[in-house]
Design a protein around this ligand. Sequence first.
Ligand SMILES: [Zn+2]
Length: 185
Amino acid sequence: MTLGMNNSKISVNKVTKLGKVSCGRNVILKNETERFIEKIKIDDVLGCWVWLGGTHGSSATHNYGEFRTDEGKTATAHIWAYKRFIGPIPAGLYCCHRCDNPLCANPYHLFLGTQKENIADAAEKGRLSGWEKRNGTAKLNPDKVKLMRRLWKNGFSLDTIKRKFFVDTKTAWSVVSGKTWKHVS
Ligand SMILES: [Zn+2]
């Protein structure tokens, strides 16, 4: 797996811990970055690092990956990735997704913004979708349907999908759940 980065701070092959498993054999435990990388799947179309591990959050739009660090702390996956691969996050700034996928931990899909910018960004996307809807571009086709299902499978929220495809919640749900467009697989 190539992650497209060359950062001397990352030494994936470094073994940091030696542990024991219940069957009695000595095993070499993987370091933090290796464990992290095993929990992501890179979407070859979107480039998102889709988090496959545990999550936490109050709703689909705020459902974030949860990563246990070597220190035993619980970190939010995309924030951990930003700090590890890009750098520290100054106080008062938020780690926001350019790709709108809360489960994406690709540090290059993230940007730092204030709470205000984060809300403005979301509002902007919402407004655009409204404009597009009024201008009648909400028609779906098999390609769009396939992509919508792919996004859904890869952790994108219904809210994001409906905004990306300029449809309402009901339509988006019917598509991703397979109630409509049954002939498209
Ligand atoms: Zn992404």
